[in-house]
Design a protein around this ligand. Structure first.
Ligand SMILES: [Zn+2]
Length: 257
């Protein structure tokens, strides 16, 4: 395995290693190319048919353009109340490798839980909530043509109606509107008219908020930067378990060295 080194060398190595560990099984669905939304929806339904004991689809919201937002709930039935891990992909429309990663992740855990005791234990004790594409309107728009390929935001109109899209990643009610944002609707980092103004952000906030005692981990997958970012994206506020988060991140990057 080639080891590329630069200031972010750990992350480069991690990515290459995941790819080289891939198998060619599941040939009917190509996990090495990007898929339009309709194919991803069909793939979700296929996962439920192929693994009915562990996979269900939960619809938990609607996009601005009234498309249903769905996730795959993955886990073995249990008498006890289970903890959960949240993972969303495709909050930024143009970052196509994020939805591709979510699909690949789902395939890997479903193919291996019967033979891998570690994953079997996780599936018994926890559920995974995986949203392959959160920003569906934006994702579909980024597939439209070459002029829309780099669309990032959702598709709701701005206050004056002459610009479109809120950066959903900057719309949550966490230090909203304070840093790394724009109040100009034409900007790629427009944070919306108020916290959680967007239906996609509302869906996540409600789903996660109503289960917050059970959710152990919240992962949101992006591309471009080979970076692991920890909460809260603000210089003055860090998570109470900041050290644990950084240590965990370093530990997992270290696995691939
Ligand atoms: Zn992003």
């Amino acid at each position: 395995m080639p080891i590329m080194t630069n200031s972010l060398g750990l992350h480069f190595v991690a990515l290459i290693s995941i790819l080289s560990a891939a198998t060619v099984k599941g040939a009917e669905y190509d996990y090495y190319k990007y898929h339009p939304m309709e194919e991803i929806r069909n793939w979700m339904a296929q996962m439920v048919m192929d693994y009915p004991d562990v996979v269900t689809i939960l619809d938990y919201g609607q996009t601005y353009e009234k498309r249903t937002i769905s996730l795959l709930k993955i886990g073995l039935e249990s008498e006890k109340r289970k903890k959960a891990i949240w993972m969303d992909c495709g909050i930024h429309a143009r970052e196509w490798i994020a939805p591709a990663f979510c699909q690949y992740f789902v395939k890997q855990i479903l193919q291996s839980y019967k033979t891998d005791t570690k994953i079997d234990t996780m599936m018994r004790n926890m559920d995974f909530y995986v949203t392959p594409v959160l920003n569906i309107d934006g994702y579909m728009y980024s597939w439209k043509d070459n002029t829309t390929r780099l669309w990032r935001k959702n598709r709701s109109p701005g206050p004056s109606g002459d610009c479109y899209g809120t950066d959903l990643n900057r719309n949550f009610d966490a230090n909203w509107g304070t840093i790394g944002i724009s109040f100009n609707c034409s900007s790629d980092i427009y944070c919306g008219s108020q916290p959680v103004s967007e239906p996609e952000a509302q869906a996540v906030t409600y789903f996660v908020g109503s289960r917050k005692d059970d959710i152990l981990c919240f992962l949101t997958i992006h591309s471009y930067g080979q970076l692991l970012l920890v909460p809260y994206g603000h210089p003055n506020f860090t998570a109470p378990n900041y050290n644990e988060l950084v240590n965990t991140a370093m530990h997992h990057c270290g696995h691939f060295l």
